[in-house]
Ligand binder design. Structure first.
Ligand code: PGA
Length: 237
């Protein structure tokens, strides 16, 4: 089974047009689960306009209820749509806003309590990579997450230095990072969790990226905004 996730971030998407372009291009005859991450408001719109789409939220609050301006709880997410099965946690753009490893874990705990699966994002920035500290950094992100018996549905390796640049990580860097994650999971005797890659994936590079045989799929930002391009990626996955 392969997995392909579209992270629309805060981009404005005409859902009907996206779907038309996606469906027109897709001829899939393989087993792929497609997941779309719309903004909070579009989760409801997508449910109405695309009743077969499986969705993930982009973020969630660590709180259950109360005076937290601008936030949405896991419980509120779970009531928003039956098609909402997942939520991203630890995306670097949310970590930039201040989410620590312990916040990421708390968010996952809240989601688990509401039967929403977490998609855990991990990944280093360029200075960590250049200093040769990637392994230590990734292990720290993983270790703090997995302390209390939590289990995400997916782990996405998303090197910050490749996100939004148009240039994905090369195969060696992807393989090295995935190995670090796989060995960690094995040593901790955790069940097999599908590993994804994210960072400038497009229809032009997805085959090369997927040639890494530990990968089960991709998390796509920019190239997922056009339904036709996203379908081309799905075809090549
Ligand atoms: P990108 O974004 O494909 O635009 O690099 C990926 C992500 O941030 O998940």
């Amino acid at each position: 089974m392969k997995y392909l996730i579209a992270n629309w971030k805060m981009n404005s998407i005409d859902i009907e047009e996206w779907q038309n372009r996606f469906n027109k291009t897709l001829k899939l005859n393989k087993d792929i689960e497609i997941i779309v991450c719309p903004n909070y408001l579009d989760i409801i719109k997508c449910s109405q306009q695309a009743p077969n789409l499986i969705m993930a939220a982009q973020d969630v609050s660590i709180h259950d209820d109360g005076p937290f301006t601008g936030q949405i709880s896991a419980h509120q997410l779970s009531r928003s749509s039956e098609q909402l099965k997942y939520c991203l946690v630890g995306h670097s753009e949310v970590r930039f806003k201040g989410d620590s490893n312990s916040t990421v874990k708390k968010k996952s705990q809240k989601l688990e309590g509401c039967n929403i699966n977490s998609i855990l994002c991990v990944g280093e920035d360029e200075s960590i990579l250049n200093k040769g500290e990637r392994e230590k950094f990734l292990l720290n992100q993983l270790d703090s997450y997995f302390q209390d018996g939590l289990c995400p549905k997916f782990i996405a390796y998303e090197p910050i230095w490749a996100i939004g640049t148009g240039i994905p990580a090369d195969k060696k860097n992807i393989d090295d990072a995935l190995k670090i994650i796989s060995i960690f999971l094995k040593e901790k005797k955790l069940k097999k969790i599908p590993l994804l890659y994210g960072g400038s994936v497009s229809s032009k590079n997805v085959e090369e990226i997927m040639s890494s045989n530990i990968l089960s799929g991709c998390l796509v930002g920019n190239a997922s905004l056009d339904g036709e391009e996203f379908a081309r990626i799905a075809e090549k996955l």
